[in-house]
Design a protein around this ligand. Structure first.
Ligand code: SF4
Length: 362
């Protein structure tokens, strides 16, 4: 039982939002722990096999949709969002250039997990200064937390047809974080959805991963294929991946609500190592030690050098049959792992086909 009365809790909720804004979160909402609907949807996705290899999505069982099981005593979740879009972003030009490497905007800068968790921790300390000890635990992009449904319930935005959260005034380029707490704070209301008859994200998805509005088949999603999938990328999907080597923002770039997205004020999220405009050949030339050094502190590091090379080999196969591309693939092949070798062979074959077709056209 909270020692605060309803009036004090209402005042505390207002203060929490102010402190949260001062800590750099663009928005804060509060919701309860009832995730039955989201849990049912997750179970359906698992049953239909739409989550691919992402076994972490269900291995936590009911803890994912029963927050009080994950952190005993939890009655509310404080959900926060933080913008990450770099200023002067030229993603569209990069996406259209087959010689450039497209990396998802969220991964261009320093890993967000640490920064967000630290800020959430600071928010908890500020609350404690005000009311004394209370129960809490901070999460950022954590497997047992259904962060998107929580954000929707907390009023941070609505679930778009691409299954990302959209905010009317800020688009969808933001990270989410949560503070589970035992404080029975007043609840915020969800907002209405505003996708209407728009289908831009569904139409643009290169691999047709959005199989129906609000339904993503992760096994076809380029984010999943380049980041989560550890084995070979299914061959029919490779030509559709273009120059995406880590994640994919196509659905978000197509979304009209991202006209309202604001650039991030966080210097940690600014592009590092020139990753916002790097060429495929430059990134393919990184050996394992260069990869580890240059991705230090970056979320990209977690996929490891092998998947990095696998992804770039596919993108090179989708580029132009320039002599320097073909020789880079041939040069790398003898030292590559079996997985990468197979993707290099595919790329060389694709480029060969392009060359032949060009030769035949004269
Ligand atoms: S692109 Fe259109 S349908 Fe897709 S999330 Fe944005 S508004 Fe909704």
């Amino acid at each position: 039982m909270s020692r605060l009365d309803a009036k004090e809790l209402a005042a505390l909720a207002i203060s929490i939002k102010d402190w949260s804004a001062a800590l750099g979160f663009q928005q804060t909402g509060i919701t309860d722990t009832d995730l039955r609907l989201a849990g049912e949807r997750l179970e359906k996705s698992v049953a239909e096999g739409r989550l691919g290899d992402m076994d972490y999505m269900w291995k936590h069982g009911s803890k994912r949709f029963q927050p009080e099981e994950l952190v005993p005593g939890t009655v509310r979740i404080i959900s926060v969002r933080m913008d990450y879009l770099p200023p002067q972003d030229d993603a569209e030009t990069v996406r259209r250039d087959p010689a450039s490497a497209f990396i998802s905007r969220y991964a261009l800068g320093r890993d967000y997990h640490k920064l967000m968790r630290k800020r959430l921790q600071q928010l908890a300390v500020r609350i404690r200064e005000e009311i004394g000890e209370f129960g809490y635990r901070a999460f950022v992009d954590s497997a047992p937390v259904l962060e998107k449904p929580l954000a929707v319930k907390a009023g941070l935005g609505w679930m778009g047809k691409h299954t990302n959260i959209i905010n009317r005034h800020a688009g969808s380029w933001f990270f989410l974080g949560e503070l589970y707490t035992d404080l029975p704070l007043p609840l915020d209301n969800p907002v209405s959805t505003h996708c209407g008859s728009c289908n831009a994200c569904i139409d643009i998805c290169p691999t047709r991963a959005i199989v129906a509005p609000y339904q993503l088949d992760a096994r076809r999603c380029i984010s999943y294929l380049t980041i989560e999938l550890s084995g070979p990328i299914p061959e029919p999907l490779r030509p559709l991946m273009g120059n995406h080597i880590y994640g994919c923002d196509d659905c978000m770039m197509a979304c009209p609500w991202n006209r309202f997205a604001a650039p991030t004020p966080e210097t940690d999220f600014l592009p590092r190592q020139g990753l916002d405009q790097a060429s495929l050949l430059e990134l393919f030339s990184w050996d394992e030690s260069a990869f580890l050094k240059r991705t230090e502190g970056s979320p990209i590091r977690r996929i490891g050098h092998e998947r990095w090379q696998r992804n770039i080999a596919v993108a090179l196969g989708n580029s132009r049959p320039q002599p320097e591309v073909i020789s880079a693939l041939r040069r790398t092949r003898p030292r590559a792992s079996a997985l990468v070798k197979e993707h290099i062979d595919w790329a060389l074959n694709q480029l060969g086909k392009q060359k032949n077709a060009k030769g035949q056209r004269g």
